[in-house]
Design a protein around this ligand. Structure first.
Ligand SMILES: Cc1ncc(COP(=O)(O)O)c(C=O)c1O
Length: 392
């Protein structure tokens, strides 16, 4: 398939807006939405049959054939190199991270170790759990803007202490869009007796991913960003040794019946996003996973180098440190504060018809560009021009 403008026909996106924000709010393709709608139609022909027999079965059911949830989970697991029985669906990565954090038995003085680039919602969940139990969150400073994976590992090694009970690392950070050396961080933490939760919200579909080989204890991710699944579709993978002790944030009928039963039914919900996840993976495979990954990475990196040159700013990372998104500074005259960032973000959308992530940090304003198969270099060229004009 030809990537670029022709691909836009596969999406419902407003054709008058350059959507450079796939990493923030992923856009599901039309055909995946159609597959989801077909599932919803099927549900509505027999809602109780579908939800109480096809999606979940209460103890005592007369059949052992896998449920639709389990079949979809097996497809997703295969896509990330895992076993279906080690993976459950969650609404999103926030829910997956909450499940793990809220299942831990922290005590007074225990430490949850994470970084100052952890996603805000997950950092808040960690702080909430810590505050409830008298524990503390220790934030490791990521070497930034001049990033180095080795320096990050060294900083984490220095920060692990006798009270560290859990480490939480992003696989790809949110605002800074950096790939963390997750396997190395896990090996380090395990060598010091610390279990690791990986927040892979951006990873599936953006990176070639083999979850078990990373060695983590828990791995949560979104499929509604880079895997073309409909919203809300995330998963939580749990190492078999940890499954007994992890529970969903909502306790329901599955309680006491094991890991899969606990997560597969947490009350009446719309299961169509999870059941349509295999359609997202099928679309990805049709595009060619490696071709898509390479296209998106190459486009994001070439656009970032072009923009940095045009704006006279500097990239703080190397090409291998990023996937399908790159974060870079805008010219200094555009401001320094969160308000400046929001003003620029909204002006870009409402006046220039360009949607992307804009934030403030380190006394500067940054944009994070995303690249998806429907994006073209022209869109980033236009971004370069309008930002340069605004900076004058
Ligand atoms: C690193 C990271 N973790 C977690 C999340 C949360 O994802 P969701 O809002 O789908 O739960 C995001 C969202 O962008 C993220 O970037």
């Amino acid at each position: 398939m030809t990537f670029g403008a022709a691909m836009r026909a596969e999406w419902m996106l407003d054709p008058t807006v350059a959507y450079l924000n796939h990493g923030t709010v992923g856009a599901p393709p039309r055909r995946v939405l159609a597959a989801q709608q077909a599932i919803r139609d099927e549900i509505e022909r027999g809602p109780s049959q579908f939800l109480l027999r096809e999606v979940f079965r209460f103890a005592g059911a007369q059949t052992n054939t896998p449920t639709r949830m389990r079949r979809a989970a097996a497809d997703v697991a295969a896509f990330v190199g895992a076993r279906g029985d080690d993976l459950v669906f969650v609404d999103n990565a926030s829910t997956g991270a909450n499940a793990v954090l809220r299942s831990m038995r922290f005590g007074a003085g225990d430490e949850i170790l994470t970084t100052d680039h952890a996603y805000g919602a997950v950092a808040r969940a960690a702080a909430f759990v810590a505050a409830e139990r008298g524990a503390v969150v220790r934030l490791v400073r990521v070497p930034y803007p001049d990033y180095s994976p080795k320096a990050l590992i060294d900083a984490v090694a220095d920060a692990i202490g006798p009270g560290t009970r859990l480490a939480v690392f992003d696989h790809i950070t949110s605002e800074s869009a950096l790939i963390f050396p997750v396997a190395g961080l896990v090996a380090l933490c395990h060598s010091r007796g610390v279990p690791v939760l990986v927040d892979g919200a951006h990873a599936p579909g953006a990176l070639a991913l083999d979850v078990p080989s990373l060695g983590a204890d828990w791995y949560t991710a979104n499929l509604h960003k880079w895997t073309h699944a409909p919203r809300s579709c995330g998963f939580l993978w749990v190492h078999p040794d940890r499954q007994r002790d992890v529970h969903p944030p909502v306790i329901s009928w599955g309680s006491g019946n094991g890991f899969l039963a606990e997560f597969d039914w947490v009350g009446t919900r719309d299961p169509s996003p999870w059941l349509a996840a295999p359609a997202g993976i099928a679309f990805l495979n049709e595009l060619g996973f490696e071709a898509q990954r390479r296209h998106n990475h190459d486009l994001a990196w070439s656009a970032a180098t072009m923009l940095a040159a045009r704006w006279g700013t500097k990239l703080g990372m190397t090409e291998g440190d990023v996937g399908t998104m790159v974060t870079l500074r805008v010219p200094a005259s555009l401001g320094t504060t969160g308000e400046d960032a929001m003003r620029l973000r909204d002006a870009l959308l409402f006046e220039d018809k360009i949607e992307l992530q804009v934030h403030a940090g380190h006394g500067q304003i940054w944009v994070r560009i995303s690249a998806q198969v429907y994006n073209t270099m022209d869109e980033y060229e236009r971004l370069g021009e309008v930002v340069r004009t605004r900076a004058k």
